[in-house]
Design a binder for this molecule. Sequence first.
Ligand SMILES: NC(=O)c1ccc[n+]([C@@H]2O[C@H](COP(=O)([O-])OP(=O)(O)OC[C@H]3O[C@@H](n4cnc5c(N)ncnc54)[C@H](OP(=O)(O)O)[C@@H]3O)[C@@H](O)[C@H]2O)c1
Length: 302
Amino acid sequence: MRAARFHEYGPADVLVIDDIPEPHAGPGEIRVRVAAVSVNAVDWMYRAGMLRDYIPDNLLPATPGCDAAGTVDEVGEGVTGVSVGDAVFGLAMTFGASAEHVVLTAWAPVPATWSPEQAAGAGLAVATAVSGLNTLGDLSGKTLLVEGAAGGVGSAAVAIAAARGATVIGTASEAKHEYLRGIGALPTTYGPGLADRVAALAPGGVDVVLDAAGSGSVTDLLAIAGEESRLAVVANIQLTTSLGLRYISAENDSAHLAEGATHGANGHYTPHIAETFPLDKIAEAHRYAERRRTQGKIVVTL
Ligand SMILES: NC(=O)c1ccc[n+]([C@@H]2O[C@H](COP(=O)([O-])OP(=O)(O)OC[C@H]3O[C@@H](n4cnc5c(N)ncnc54)[C@H](OP(=O)(O)O)[C@@H]3O)[C@@H](O)[C@H]2O)c1
């Protein structure tokens, strides 16, 4: 099958298209014929060699891609509730999704309201947003601040938290404020003076905070939250753990994806796709993502 790979760490140019053996679904897994795969920060970080402390070098060559949407073409032993031919989106937590076939370890049906590209864009973003939000308790009637609200994870978090009944304040650069209003957030800019701007938008105070930017503002966000139990950090593991704060990883949980799909079906969450690229242009997709200015998601189609 055709798959994007990098044989060495480096800039996006190290990505090539190779012909490699197809993977197969093990127990508890499914395999999909991939229609679309999203580019997540972890993909270009891995390719650039920034994850050397976490992933052994001897796994190279590697295929990027942690989430995909496609059609089920193998169902592993013990799996129920899904059949060959079903349209699903889900997680490939050990990479490999930028290929014609990938094995998924968590998945949910694609709602009729989403294109395959939107479904691909929802995978890891929803899993991360829900994993973070779930640590903040019942959000109904609460005010939530999302740092990095216009990105893939942040925009999923805004939509899901709003659907759970929260009032959401989201940070982004000014050009993205109209977008934030459209997905259900009160927009403000990030950077110095954030606490004052947030106080003006939420005179009753902010109850809980999600850091989906990892831009170095986490101590300011902790001050706004008041205590660590009211802060969920899903970005910048190095800084977060060096400060002794809890870092939340995306959970490999089909229920999280199903929640995203439910909000998709009822119109509360529509993944925004900034740009799509064919597989042989995946290097361009990585270059785009690495700028860290994406509104929503970048998707590669097969
Ligand atoms: N915990 C996990 O398991 C997990 C899983 C997936 C992702 N992540 C992490 O979550 C973070 C977000 O991922 P993503 O895919 O959403 O990234 P992304 O789509 O690349 O985020 C881009 C967005 O970040 C915004 N941004 C850039 N600098 C900012 C700042 N200083 N303050 C606020 N917003 C800022 C940009 O908005 P402007 O253009 O308006 O500046 C842009 O819309 C990454 O650090 C990623 O590594 C963690």
